[in-house]
Design a protein around this ligand. Structure first.
Ligand code: HSE
Length: 291
């Protein structure tokens, strides 16, 4: 039997669309074991009521890809999922399921695939790397897919950075949040993002919090997704007024993430985000999470 722990992730971090992601101290746990035949599931925690207990289960499908790649089909599998990551909220729950399934299956199969091979399989399944990469490696990961090859580097998260996540009580599917994006964007918007994403990476490496706070705006995805998250701009404004350095849509949303350097301000930032959401009739839970 193997047991793995996979973190939640916040992808994009503003301008780094499909490129930059950060692991958060909130985890899903998975136990996997080979059994003589069939498939057994024991699923509890966040989203457990709607997670399939059959061959369409994402953890199972991810594991199968690894077993197939190894040429090693197990007789049967027992899968136990204990989930703490809110499902379909923009905190990497599907990436966590994929990574957990792949890492566990690889261990059961004797650890034949390398980290890079596993990550490429995970990216192929998820479609973009910015959640699966930090889910597998931890920390902040910057990644690029070139001709199906994945290039990635991990950055140590800045020590003083805390994240306050405002997690609304509704779900948003990533495919819906991607369908609202335009096929083409103006060059000036692309330059807006390339310049900010580049400086954001430097700010993260150099722990330059002032620069980090100034480089989190985005014009490639957030403006198109604003109507999917009622109150998004008001929550951004409220968090900044309460002392957040910057605020972003977490992944494809609907969770919003505020970046804070002074831990004492996290409570106030969370309260102001909850209040701004409540003014448009959205209930949300706030969580203060370290990287
Ligand atoms: N980069 C992705 C997006 C993350 O924003 O659509 C969500 O999975």
């Amino acid at each position: 039997m193997v047991r793995v722990r996979v973190p939640a992730t916040t992808a994009n971090m503003g301008p780094g669309f499909d490129t930059i992601g950060m692991a958060l101290e909130l985890y899903n746990y998975l136990e996997m074991d080979v059994i003589p035949s069939g498939l057994e599931f024991d699923i509890s925690g966040e989203g457990s009521e709607s997670i399939p207990r059959d061959e369409t289960n994402v953890v199972y499908q991810a594991a199968v890809r690894v077993f197939e790649k190894n040429g090693d089909e197990p007789t049967g599998l027992k899968i136990k999922q204990e989930n703490q990551i809110p499902a379909s909220r923009g905190m990497g729950s599907s990436a966590a399921a994929i990574v957990a399934g792949m890492v566990a299956a690889n261990e059961l199969a004797g650890g034949k695939l390398t980290e890079g091979q596993l990550l490429e399989l995970a990216v192929a399944m998820e479609g973009h790397p910015d959640n699966v990469a930090p889910a597998m490696l931890g920390g902040v990961v910057v990644s690029a897919v070139l001709d199906e090859r994945l290039f990635y580097r991990k950055i140590k998260p800045p020590q003083q950075l805390s994240m306050v996540l405002a997690v609304p009580d509704f779900t948003l599917s990533t495919s819906i949040a991607r369908d609202v994006l335009p096929l083409n964007v103006p060059v000036k918007d692309a330059v807006f993002n390339v310049s900010r994403a580049s400086l954001l990476v430097l700010a993260l490496i150099q722990e330059d919090y002032q620069l980090l706070g100034q480089m989190m705006d985005d014009k490639l995805h957030q403006p198109y997704r604003v109507n999917l998250v009622p109150g998004m701009q008001a929550v951004f404004d409220a968090a900044k007024r309460s002392g957040a350095l910057a605020v972003a849509l977490s992944g494809a949303g609907p969770a919003l993430v505020a970046f804070v350097t002074d831990k004492d301000k996290c409570k106030l930032v969370g309260q102001s985000m909850r209040q701004a959401f409540s003014q448009v009739g959205v209930n949300c839970d706030t969580r203060h999470l370290a990287a």
